[in-house]
Write a protein that binds this ligand. Structure first.
Ligand code: NAD
Ligand code: TYD
Length: 336
């Protein structure tokens, strides 16, 4: 089984590559990644020499590079590559349009031409927009994205689904909730707050801190994505959630407790413009159709993640300082 994973040097992608190599002895994995600020080869250092793994540097917006990566064909493409941070999408929205929309369209077109059997688009619950206190997003909830990030992801979803509807392309779309776990770039809430707490730096809570996210451990997500990729119905969307809604302040306090620091580190700062209030997913479709449900309890997953950051201080210190980029030059030559 030949598998192309795009964005495999990021958080979820690198966990997914490790998952495939560990769990699927038949999987030969090509990781195609542009190595943006979020792509870190160190995330996959332990499998770099693995006989069923290869890394190719390239952008999904570059058709020639994508064609070259697909030259020997692939059975499945898992498209993780994206600009993924809402706050950055407020300051440089155009990059999100280029990568998340045009990049996905370019990759999909190339995959269809290369006769890839299935295209798996990794999307997000953020395409549905924001909920009030009640209710859940189902796969049939109309999409109503709020940020340039989620609008670009929504456009990519629709593009991929249109290729199924119009051309009969075999595609599936996963819409997962907020992931957490090892190797997450410390710009997102949990790794930023854990690493700041470890450094005795303030934890910047946006607005009143009462926004709600549904937390999903990255291992649970990897398992679900692969299940959708192999058993999901063509042309369908699958929500993947942790059944774990928590207010940001609750998560913040749990992090401080796990790190052993006091709440005096909490610093309320101006709210994010257009901040979505609440995300919550109805996951009955994947539970009933594919028999998946989340296994990692937040009360265990969060302390375990905190421990991982404690034990990998060097990793996140290098990421925060930008030094991780030297790894590329050392191993692959100049040019990052
Ligand atoms: P990330 O920012 O950690 O990693 C993104 C990866 O994509 C990086 O390795 C980067 O170098 C690569 N990349 C960016 N632009 C590229 C391009 N043009 N060509 C090739 N590679 C490129 O992101 P993540 O948190 O691992 O998210 C992965 C996917 O999952 C994204 O599509 C994101 O929208 C989606 N998602 C993430 C979450 C979450 O909580 N992190 C939740 C739901 C969905
Ligand atoms: P984030 O991890 O950026 O994910 P998303 O915005 O895609 O859900 O943020 C999670 C929540 O945490 C979100 O409500 C914004 C909030 N947040 C803060 O309060 N402070 C921060 O420094 C960050 C990065 C996020």
């Amino acid at each position: 089984m030949r598998i192309l994973v795009t964005g495999g040097c990021g958080f979820i992608g690198s966990n997914f590559v490790r998952f495939l190599l560990r769990e699927r002895p038949e999987a030969h994995v090509t990781n195609f990644d542009a190595l943006t600020y979020a792509g870190n080869l160190e995330n996959l250092a332990e499998v770099e020499e693995h006989p069923r793994y290869r890394f190719v540097r390239g952008s999904i917006t570059d058709r020639a590079a994508v064609d070259a990566a697909l030259k020997d064909g692939a059975d499945v493409v898992y498209n993780f590559a994206a600009e993924s941070h809402v706050d950055r999408s407020l300051y440089e929205p155009q990059t999100f349009l280029d990568t998340n929309v045009k990049g996905t369209a370019t990759l999909l077109e190339a995959a269809v031409k290369a006769k890839v059997k299935r295209f798996v688009q990794i999307s997000t619950d953020e395409v549905y927009g924001s909920l009030g206190k009640d209710g859940f997003f189902t796969e049939t909830t109309p999409i109503k994205p709020s940020s340039p990030y989620s609008a670009a992801k929504a456009a990519a979803d629709l593009w991929v689904l249109a290729y199924h509807h119009t051309f009969g392309a075999d595609v599936v779309v996963t819409r997962s909730s907020n992931n957490y776990g090892p190797f997450q770039f410390p710009e997102k809430l949990i790794p930023l707050f854990v690493s700041n707490a470890l450094e005795d730096k303030p934890l910047p809570v946006y607005g009143d801190g009462r926004q709600v996210r549904d937390w999903l451990h990255v291992e649970d997500n990897c398992r679900a994505i692969e299940l959708v990729g192999t058993k999901g119905k063509s042309g369908e969307v699958y929500n993947i959630g942790g059944k774990c809604e928590r207010e940001n302040l609750v998560v913040t306090k749990a992090i401080l407790k796990a790190v052993g620091k006091t709440e005096s580190l909490i610093k309320y700062v101006a709210d994010r413009p257009g901040h979505d209030r609440r995300y919550a997913l109805d996951i009955s479709k994947i539970e009933k159709e594919l028999g998946w449900s989340p296994k990692v309890k937040f009360e265990e997953g969060l302390p375990a993640t905190v421990r991982w950051y404690l034990e990998h201080r060097e990793w996140w210190a290098r990421v925060k300082s930008g030094a991780y980029r030297e790894y590329y030059e050392k191993h692959y030559g100049k040019g990052l």
